[in-house]
Structure formats: C-alpha cells, structure tokens
Design a protein around this ligand. Sequence first.
Ligand SMILES: [Zn+2]
Ligand SMILES: [Zn+2]
Length: 181
Amino acid sequence: MKTSHGTEFNVAQLLKEPVGGRRSFEMEIPMDFEEEELNQSDPLTGTVNMLRTNRGVLLEAALDGTVTVQCSRCLTDVVCPVSLEIVEEFQPTVDVVRGTFVAVDEEDAALLINEHHILDIAEVVRQALLLEVPLQALCREECAGLCPICGQDLNVGPCDCSRETTDPRWDALAALLKEAE
Ligand SMILES: [Zn+2]
Ligand SMILES: [Zn+2]
C-alpha cells in the first residue's frame, strides 16, 4: 500500500472509474493546523479508504495520534491519545471527463473536490480532531493545581499562603488577643 504524506489526493483516475472503484492508502498527516494546540504532536497515522460512488468519493479514514494540551489545574503539558474515525462523501466540482463544472448539492466546502480533482481531507481531519481535544484535561486525577494566590504548583509542595488565614475577622481577633497580653 502506498504511504501518503500530507492531506491531498488526486482522485482524477478514481473519478473516471465506475461506481465501486477503490483506493487504499497508508497515511501520515503532519500536525499543521490553524489551532496551535493541535500542532505540538507527532503526525497522525492510519489508513484511508476511498470508494467511487455515484455522487463522488466516499472516504473512510481511521487515524491515530496524540494532541498535547495543558492540564486545566496546573497548566503542565498533557499528552492525550486521539483516535479519529471519519466517514464523509466528497463531491467533484468539475466533471473529470468533460472538464465542465457540475452543480453540487454539497454545502460544506470542506467536502468538495476542487477543479484540479484534488480531494483534501485537511479540514475534515481538523474538525474531527477538535472534537477529540479534551476541554478539561488533567495531568492526573488528583492533580492539586496551582495556588490561586502565589501560583505555586501545589503538586510540588504546599506554599506559605495555605497556612495563613486571609479572613479579616481573625486578624481583628488576633489584634485583641495581643492587646490583652
Ligand atoms: Zn495538573
Ligand atoms: Zn500560595
């Protein structure tokens, strides 16, 4: 099986085939997206299968990789495994035999094959990845987080703030006790 690096496939030959024509690729997709949080990891790898349908090309992709996000409590990097299962039908915008533009009923521009017969899966991969990024990642379940006052990482050890009271009523009492001494 061919290994494809990148997100673009020229599907001109596949589009010339009758319904049922197939292609399979091993894929390696570099993490090169608009969102910075998606870009700190190794490439996604997996397989892509394409099937010629009467409307276009049905794409099935199974991709694995990781995304690196920050722990929502202590802000250290957390590497989260991601597993993408993508099934989408792409439609050509140009008739591959006649070279004429065709009317498409697909409203999602991410699912259109361009006039050079390039099917680009970057956008569907990006969308699938964003759904996989955990919103509240934790480096570990019992992460103690950062002190809200001094910012110390409480996983490393307690800070001085946690031992002092900040309630002014206690301060007043402490002053009274001092006077009484
Ligand atoms: Zn943490
Ligand atoms: Zn503190």
